[in-house]
Structures are given as C-alpha cells and as structure tokens.
Design a protein around this ligand. Structure first.
Ligand code: PLP
Length: 282
C-alpha cells in the first residue's frame, strides 16, 4: 500500500512516473525531506517535522515551504490510506527542474508501509558499529555550506555506512569524530540512559535535532527521569544502562552490541522509556 499526493492536493498513482529526470533532487541530491510516523491516523510530532522541513530548506536556500499546504498534503495521504495501522509518511521537497527560470520546487508526500526490517529491530534490538565521519564536532558552525544537520535527500553516505555495517556483521552505525565524540546514526539519534538520566549530543555539533528524541525526553521527564543534551564520548556508551537509536519510524531501538561488545541487558530500561514515550500519544 502506498499513497502519493503532490502539493496541489491531488492523490496520484504511486506506480506512475511523475518527476522529471532533470529534477535537481534527482540530479544533485538537492532537496530536503522528512519521515513522519502515523499511528491509527494520527501523525506524530507533525509540527516539529514541518518546522524541521523549513529549517532544512533554509539551510539549502530553498524557497520557504508553506507549512499549511504541507500539512494539508500530509493529511490527504492519511485520509486516503487503506493499509495497516502505521504509515511511514515521507515529505520530499526539491529545488525542481534544472535550468528552468520559472521552475518551482518539487514537493510531494508519500505514505508507505513500515519496512519489516525496522519492525524486527524494534523488538529484537540491533548490533551497531561506530564509524568515523571524518570531521570534528566544531565544523558545523564554521562551515554551514556542508549542510551538516540538514535533512537533505543526499543520504548516499548514510546508506553506504549501513552497507559497511552489514559487511562487518552489524545492522546499524553510530557516527563518531576522530576524538571519539558521538554524532548520530545514519538515520537516527543516539540516546544513552545512565543513572536515571538520558543523554544525547547537541545538534550544534552538526547532527539532526531528532523529533523522537525530543518526544522521548519530554515523556521521560514526566516519568521522573533527568535529561541532558551534552557531548558524549564513545567510551560513555559502555558505561550506562542502555544505548538506544531513536527515530520516528523505528521508535526507540535497543543497541544490544556495540563494536562487537555485548552491552548490559537494557530490556527493563527500554520498557520503561518506551512506555514514557508512548504516553505522549495516549
Ligand atoms: N539523525 C538522522 C541523520 C536522521 O536521518 C534521523 C531520522 O531519520 C534522525 C536523526 C532521527 O530523527 P527523527 O527522530 O526526527 O525521526
């Protein structure tokens, strides 16, 4: 089941061709996107996702997206969905056709079923390796043209990192700096639980501000946890009660093995945190 709606609000056949081959999103990876989880017809963190779409668009100097139109388009996908309880809802916004002075950006919303691999990781957890990302944590603020922390459609490196993990017998990645600073996963935010405190690195080091991490921190605080947004070192990850990868569709996924070392069983902590997160949508 898939539902595709362009920004004019019309649902169209998701199996037909709609995007021109000279769209800059395709030719140069010049565009931005969001992936939103919808459960029982309700989009989670819709406003934070729309705001982040606008933030990414601004980082790429794309025309400011009209968030009301985007919201309407997203809701049209949901209204036309006839699949399972959950939808992975993608919003894609590119610079449009190359060289056309009247070109307008391309924008669409696409609802899809959740990948079975993601569903499995939600229950079984994942084995993760650290991979160096090749730049220091202070680069993002010095070099905005690198678009660090924008959710751009140029995810080639992120996908290559996941293939590297597979080659090494793992299923996900935590990007690090040469000094051992923790960044993020290729499609997730890193969260550490230690002594009833949740930790995640600040987005100022050039990572995406996660909407799931923010919702989790909100819920966890209500459940009596402390939360801290501060730099993390890889060695910290071995010293807590749980390491998690958070993102909209995977939710909070347990990391059971890191660089070949088994981490302590975080099942109980995971249960508690998952409940605190779900309580945000009760
Ligand atoms: N970091 C990166 C690089 C991502 O691509 C994503 C989501 O796909 C996240 C973090 C998590 O963001 P969110 O929780 O808003 O889905």
């Amino acid at each position: 089941m898939r539902v595709l709606v362009f920004l004019d609000g019309t649902p169209v056949d998701p199996d037909a061709a709609h995007i021109r081959v000279d769209d800059l999103g395709l030719l140069r990876g010049d565009g931005v996107f969001e992936t939103i989880l919808v459960v029982d017809g309700k989009p989670r963190e819709l406003r934070p996702h729309l705001d982040r779409l606008a933030r990414s668009a601004a980082m790429l100097d794309l025309p400011e997206p009209d968030l009301e139109t985007w919201e309407r388009t997203a809701r049209t996908v949901i209204e036309n969905w006839r699949g399972g309880r959950e939808i992975a809802l993608k919003l894609v916004y590119t610079r449009g056709v190359d060289g056309d002075p009247d070109a307008r950006p391309t924008g669409f919303a696409l609802g899809m079923e959740i990948d079975p691999k993601v569903l499995r990781a939600r229950t079984e957890g994942v084995s993760v390796i650290t991979l160096e990302r090749g730049f220091p944590p202070d680069l993002a603020e010095r070099a905005p043209w690198l678009l660090l922390g924008a959710k751009s459609v140029s995810y080639g490196v992120n996908m290559a990192a996941l293939r590297e993990a597979a080659r090494r017998g793992a299923s996900d990645v935590i990007f690090t700096a040469a000094d051992g600073s923790v960044f993020e996963g290729p499609t997730s935010t890193v969260v550490l639980a230690k002594d009833r405190t949740l930790y995640t690195p600040p987005s100022s080091i050039g990572i995406l501000p996660g909407t799931t991490q923010a919702a989790l921190f909100r819920g966890a605080e209500k459940a009596g946890w402390s939360v801290k947004v501060e730099p993390l070192h890889v060695s910290d990850l071995f010293e807590g009660e749980g390491v998690f990868l958070a993102s909209s569709v995977r939710l909070l996924t347990r990391v059971h093995t890191l660089d070949g070392r088994a981490l302590p069983d975080s099942g109980t902590v995971h249960g508690e945190l998952a409940a605190a997160y779900e309580a945000e949508y009760a």
